[in-house]
Design a protein around this ligand. Structure first.
Ligand SMILES: Nc1ncnc2c1ncn2[C@@H]1O[C@H](COP(=O)(O)OP(=O)(O)OP(=O)(O)O)[C@@H](O)[C@H]1O
Ligand SMILES: CC(=O)N[C@H]1[C@@H]2OC[C@@H](O2)[C@@H](O)[C@@H]1O[C@H](C)C(=O)O
Length: 371
């Protein structure tokens, strides 16, 4: 199947799009990929939505405008890619994530984006709503990408850890017998980006330069490191805003911009190291993906903290900028083929679970024609 995966992650930096040929279990070929960044205005509107999301009415005007703009931005990304495809995997933008572990029907996860409009705009069927069946079954609804990591890592030595450092961090651990364990590690670039924006007006700490010029404050780091999330056994997942209050009250505000950035980097890395007690066996190597792998301060601190070599996924031939988008291309194929998306070891569902829905351009065209 020729698919286009589309991901708009928690860092709100833009839409990643990637072309993949796949049968859902294996990858035939990766094709073109691109990122279509959001304007500052769009990023501001999305961030506002995240703050409002817990009490947001589905008919809210800002929500509707944002959703339409977001969908349009995804359609532009597909057009810019300029590739033919049989299916699009459209993650949408998570604005709220509140799973209720082990309680079927009690949690919720909310990704905005209008799949029918995207199918209409592109003429390609769209797989979407990847997380809600899992949450409805009492799973965490995240992470979803681990099954794709496992498909890509067949030739690599195990046990292996893949760390994704986006707005939030997550880990995929693959054992010698292909056992899969995955969960969110803690905040990653989200709080760091917010700090940089507040203190310097920059969207993020380019290459970690500011953090490298600062010093970790041991008291603030200790305070943050006591967060109970880190001790909870997996499965576990996070909303981008989950650590917001903890970070606000940790004493960060008294620090300089550079020391605050260094301390937040220290915390991101501590969260990764804190996964070790939750893993059946220490990884032989750690592969880092997501934008955080470009932050030199993060990569240096990871290499110091972790007991095995730390590499970027690009070092084993993967594309760390495209990986999540590629994964949603593969997951789209899995939706179409009725293959499971989530597993007891990834989201805590009792047994492997299918998910997602597909909408085709023709159905919505027919619906429009009937009006
Ligand atoms: N050159 C760089 N130097 C430092 N940090 C960078 C660099 N490039 C990207 N980043 C960081 O990576 C972030 C984007 O990462 P990524 O695209 O993996 O996140 P995402 O996919 O939106 O999030 P998630 O995986 O949580 O859904 C940026 O917000 C920024 O903080
Ligand atoms: C609810 C949600 O959108 N979660 C994201 C977020 O960003 C990183 C981490 O938190 C991960 O659990 C997940 O994304 C990746 C793509 C996943 O599901 O594998």
């Amino acid at each position: 199947m020729r698919t286009i995966g589309l991901m708009s992650g928690t860092s709100l930096d833009g839409v990643d799009a990637a072309w993949v040929e796949t049968d859902g279990r294996t990858i035939g070929r990766f094709g073109r990929r691109l990122t279509l960044p959001y304007s500052d205005d769009m990023r501001r509107a999305l961030r506002e939505l995240l703050d409002l999301a817990p009490t947001l009415d589905p008919g809210n005007a800002l929500l509707k405008t944002c959703e339409a703009r977001l969908t349009d931005h995804h359609a532009k990304a597909v057009r810019a890619l300029g590739e033919e495809a049989d299916l699009i995997g459209f993650h949408g933008q998570t604005i709220l994530h509140q799973p209720a572990a082990g309680q079927p029907g009690a949690g919720r996860t909310w990704q905005i984006g209008d799949a029918s409009s995207l199918a209409e705009a592109t003429g390609i069927p769209v797989a979407f709503d990847f997380r809600s069946a899992d949450v409805a079954a009492g799973g965490q609804g995240a992470p979803l990408v681990p099954v794709v990591h496992a498909a890509m890592a067949t030739a690599l030595e195990k046990p292996l850890a893949i760390i994704n450092l986006g707005g939030v961090g997550n880990i995929t651990w693959i054992g010698r017998d292909q056992q899969l364990i995955a969960f969110d590690t803690g905040p990653a670039n989200g709080p760091l980006d917010d700090w940089l924006f507040r203190k310097t007006g920059q969207a993020f700490d380019l290459d970690g330069r500011l953090a490298l010029s600062g010093r970790v404050d041991p008291f603030v780091l200790k305070h943050l490191s006591n967060h109970p999330f880190l001790r909870i056994a997996p499965p576990k997942s996070l909303d981008r805003q989950d650590f917001h209050d903890a970070i606000r009250s940790a004493g960060l505000e008294a620090l300089s911009a550079a020391d605050g950035a260094a301390t937040l980097v220290g915390f991101v890395v501590h969260c990764v190291a804190a996964t070790l007690p939750h893993l059946p066996e220490a990884p032989q190597q750690w592969l880092v993906t997501g934008g955080g792998r470009r932050n030199v301060a993060i990569m240096q601190a990871l290499a110091k903290e972790l007991p095995a070599p730390v590499l970027s996924v690009d070092d084993v031939g993967w594309d760390g900028d495209a990986l999540e988008a590629q994964a949603f291309g593969v997951l789209a194929a899995r939706v179409k083929l009725g293959l499971p998306l989530t597993f007891p070891g990834t989201t805590g569902v009792p047994k492997p679970l299918t998910g997602g829905r597909i909408v085709a351009a023709t159905s919505s065209t027919a619906a429009v024609a009937r009006l």
